[in-house]
Design a protein around this ligand. Structure first.
Ligand code: AMP
Length: 460
């Protein structure tokens, strides 16, 4: 955490009050760097994964800015936040509502899998900040429920995941409809070549922020693996959860079917569990997450995409029931625990067939995972010693979904070769003069958009 205080960042009193009510005392590093940069009107490109506080890093300065501008017209929006999953979209909107509770601004969230009509009605009066998944947003646009001519901010959140999920064409379509003059903020856990290409056509002279050193995993997360046979994984997991008296265990499987099957096995063993994946209705997903957070269920079994963006404070246990075959996903999974300095453990159940995936992961994170045999589960087919591999070359993003069905699940197709943006910006110097809140809490003035440089609006 940084030495800087929230009050040093130039945010209005109303926002500071709301932030204090959230219990945040000091800004996280990404907040300390991104907030002043956004308030200065700069584009931002940040390597930051979920758990770093990035959401407040972009929503707070946007709220601050919008509070000083003109009222939004009907069916218009002033800030657009694009996210890959429904869960993440809903969480961002919740955050916006919490941070903006003392401001007269409206926000809304739109994603597929639920009725479109209430979303159309919400947009009618105009919305200051819209959080959207790309497919549903395009549907709404095509039905004239939303116009983009008043858009001043674009945020691309979890850009790497958007590309993994095949949203590139939808994103391009949306970008082509936005006004050229706007401020662009791009957040991504990893920076592959594809992300950099996307960024080139999107951000203009950005401040680059890097709070997640290249593919590193948090130091506070204890990582280890259990070598075992494929067929004994379910029993081993039941043993670990029961004997260790674990609560709040997030388990990753590769497939939706595998998630369902494992959930059933856990339930049969008397361990309350639920699955969360793309075939589940939005209601079921929200309910499972709420029950998990409230400790009504002990184990949440998730596929990678469904789990992306899950915000669960201080999650103590993450289990890779199967290793992801895209090494970068291991880093995302592990990022679910050990957040904000809390300790956590991440263990992987690994069978001999997964050796190649293991080597890819170890190559990416630059370390060999400690092996701990579980009594009674020594494998018949032993897991050979691994020789960590250099990260794989990124794959081309898959084709776009194109419509409201776009929020569905995709199999792993993430790029694995990542390079983080260059040097972090210095957050301390970013608090320019004239940026601090005035005594009555009124927000500081800011350059008018017309005085700023043009923003590019399309992806090359
Ligand atoms: P995010 O990376 O935006 O998903 O945020 C991860 C978690 O950190 C959320 O639960 C936030 O409420 C929390 N958080 C964000 N900023 C701070 C802060 N400055 N201090 C403490 N917690 C924070």
């Amino acid at each position: 955490m940084s030495e800087i205080q929230f009050a040093d960042l130039g945010l209005s009193e109303s926002l500071l009050k709301a932030v204090a009510e959230q219990g945040y005392t000091i800004p996280s590093p990404v907040q300390a760097q991104a907030i002043p940069a956004v308030l200065q009107g700069r584009d931002v490109m940040a390597a930051a994964q979920t758990g770093t506080g990035k959401t407040a890093g972009f929503t707070l300065p946007i709220l601050h800015y919008l509070d000083n501008g003109q009222r939004v017209s009907s069916n218009r929006i002033r800030a657009l936040i694009l996210t890959p999953t429904r869960e993440l979209a809903a969480q961002i909107d919740e955050n916006i509502k919490a941070y903006g509770k003392y401001l007269p601004l409206r926000s809304a969230v739109v994603f597929g899998g639920v009725k479109i009509n209430p979303q159309m009605i919400a947009l009618r009066r105009g919305v200051d900040i819209l959080v959207a998944c790309p497919g549903r947003l395009l549907d709404l646009y095509q039905q004239n429920a939303v116009r983009f001519d008043e858009v001043e901010f674009l945020v691309l959140d979890e850009a790497d995941r958007m590309l993994d999920m095949g949203f590139i064409n939808d994103i391009k379509k949306i970008l082509a409809k936005l006004p050229a003059k706007r401020q662009n903020l791009m957040f991504s856990a990893t920076f592959s070549q594809d992300i950099r290409t996307l960024a080139k056509g999107l951000v203009n002279d950005p401040i680059e922020i890097d709070v997640s050193p290249r593919n590193s995993t948090a130091h506070t997360v204890e990582q280890w693996l259990v070598p075992l046979d494929k067929g004994s994984k379910a029993k081993a997991l039941i043993e670990l959860v029961s004997a260790g008296n674990w609560h709040q265990v997030l388990v990753f499987t590769r497939t939706k079917h595998g998630a369902n099957r494992l959930t059933k096995q856990l339930e049969e063993a008397g361990i309350k569990a639920a699955a969360i994946h793309g075939n589940k209705s939005q209601g079921a997903r929200t309910r499972a997450l709420a029950e998990f957070k409230s400790n009504d269920i002990r184990v949440l079994v998730a596929t990678d995409i469904a789990a992306r963006g899950l915000d669960i404070d201080q999650l103590p246990h993450v289990v890779n029931y199967e290793l992801p075959n895209v090494a970068a996903d291991y880093v995302h999974r592990i990022g679910r625990t050990g957040r904000a300095g809390a300790s956590g453990e991440a263990l992987s159940l690994v069978c001999a067939e997964e050796l190649e995936d293991l080597e890819g992961i170890e190559g990416l994170i630059g370390r060999t995972l400690e092996r701990r045999e579980l009594e009674g589960f020594a494998p018949q087919v032993s897991l050979p010693l691994s020789r960590p591999k250099a990260p794989r070359k990124p794959k081309k993003p898959k084709q776009s979904f194109g419509s409201s069905s776009a929020q569905g699940e995709r199999s792993n197709s993430a790029p694995g070769n990542n390079s983080a943006p260059k040097k972090p910006a210095n957050g301390k110097s970013a608090n320019r003069s004239g940026q601090s809140a005035s005594k009555d809490g009124a927000a500081p003035s800011r350059p008018r958009r017309s005085q700023r440089g043009p923003r590019s609006s399309s992806v090359s």
